[in-house]
Design a binder for this molecule. Structure first.
Ligand SMILES: [Mg+2]
Length: 124
């Protein structure tokens, strides 16, 4: 079975690190990782396809991660979303979970908490 992931982050460097990290968790042959450098592109992609899960950056120009989650909720688009952010704050975590995110991890993520979260939300 192929796992399909959408990585949303305005930083190309971050996307590269996230992809590299995910490839250490999943078998690369069974992994498809699509990328979006902004939330508008991501929104289009989410409307056309349900991913196994999505990684979402919070700090992005034009439409940030909170606004992206709010828009998905408004449009009733269901996706499993793991927020990956450099700035870990209890309030941010509470907010994104209320907006429908499945989980929240610091960036760069460590494998152990990521695997734990992926198990919790039924990906692995
Ligand atoms: Mg960013």
């Amino acid at each position: 079975m192929t796992i399909s992931i959408l990585c949303i982050d305005d930083s190309r460097v971050s996307r590269t690190f996230i992809k590299k990290g995910l490839k250490t968790i999943f078998n690369e042959n069974n992994l498809t990782i699509e990328e979006a450098s902004n939330a508008f592109d991501a929104l289009d992609m989410c409307q056309n396809k349900t991913y196994d899960f999505i990684t979402l950056d919070l700090t992005m120009p034009d439409m940030n991660g909170y606004e992206f989650l709010t828009t998905l909720k408004k449009k009733d688009i269901k996706q499993k979303i793991i927020v990956l952010t450099g700035d870990i704050q209890p309030l941010a975590k509470k907010t994104v979970m209320e907006l429908g995110a499945s989980g929240y991890l610091g960036k760069p993520f460590e494998n152990e908490p990521m695997i734990k979260l992926l198990k919790k939300i039924g990906i692995i």
